[in-house]
Ligand binder design. Structure first.
Ligand SMILES: Nc1ncnc2c1ncn2[C@@H]1O[C@H](COP(=O)(O)OP(=O)(O)O)[C@@H](O)[C@H]1O
Ligand SMILES: Cc1cn([C@H]2C[C@H](O)[C@@H](COP(=O)(O)OP(=O)(O)O)O2)c(=O)[nH]c1=O
Length: 218
């Protein structure tokens, strides 16, 4: 089901600046004649949004947290992502499984082997060994100290945003590890630059990957 559409995710520590570019990304693909499904994790369906509220607000152990984000993801894939990709749409998703490896794995110190098993259960596709994965992941790489400065006063912190900078150092390392393990899928964006410069990086990376030129290249 992932072969026809384009599954694009945005990742990075809180405050890295991902959300600031979602409108422009949606407009860019729409200008190419694509139908865009814009969504987020945890979330994207009524059930998954309910689970999001729990994950972002309630204290819980890392296994519970991991089970809830993967339960939300399962519903999201079944209801939204899978059907959209099968239609040939662009799925623009604010976070996906890399966030689980970065936050629950590296940040909380939870067992990556258990996360990989859950990933296989949730993202396994009928009749094959291939997992549903994003085609391209835009990784907004920013020093945790700068992200914290950007977030200070910008919004009321949720459970994760209230974590100390050491937590985000581990999360950032988790993203760096994921990126080096799958260099083909990840595009590193230097998120320390100005908003305009960040946008230019995004646009040129998408052009270089051939997903902008000539309509349905993705
Ligand atoms: N390139 C940038 N330079 C400076 N501040 C930025 C930049 N991009 C975003 N911001 C600001 O940083 C804060 C976090 O940005 P946001 O897009 O919400 O991050 P995220 O979605 O990654 O948590 C917001 O106040 C936003 O206006
Ligand atoms: C998808 C996902 C997100 N998260 C965390 C990362 C973020 O701190 C939070 C929600 O992400 P996000 O939507 O980026 O938050 P905001 O709307 O406040 O910018 O959930 C996990 O811990 N595990 C996951 O699997």
């Amino acid at each position: 089901m992932s072969d026809q559409g384009l599954f694009l995710t945005l990742e990075g520590i809180d405050g890295a600046g991902k959300s600031s570019h979602l409108d422009a990304l949606e407009a860019l693909f729409k200008a190419q004649g694509r139908t865009v499904v814009r969504t987020r994790e945890p979330g994207g369906t009524p059930l998954a949004e309910t689970l999001r509220g729990l994950v972002l607000e309630k204290p819980m152990d890392p296994l519970t947290e991991s089970l809830l984000v993967f339960a939300a993801r399962r519903d999201h894939i079944a209801q939204v992502i899978g059907p959209a990709l099968a239609r040939g749409d662009v799925v623009l998703c604010d976070r996906f499984t890399d966030a689980t490896f970065a936050y629950q794995g590296a940040g909380r110190g939870f067992d990556n082997a258990v996360l990989s098993t859950l990933e296989q259960w949730v993202q396994g596709q009928a009749g094959g060994t291939k997992l549903l994965q994003p085609r391209i992941t835009l990784w907004f790489d920013l020093a945790p100290e700068i992200a914290a400065q950007r977030l200070a006063g910008a919004r009321v912190p949720d459970k994760f945003e209230a974590q100390p900078v050491e937590f985000f150092r581990r999360v950032a390392q988790g993203y760096a590890d994921r990126a080096s393990a799958d260099a083909q899928r990840f595009v590193r964006i230097d998120a320390s630059q100005t908003r305009d410069q960040v946008w230019l990086q995004i646009e040129s990376a998408l052009r270089a990957r051939g997903v902008l030129a000539g309509g349905r290249a993705g």
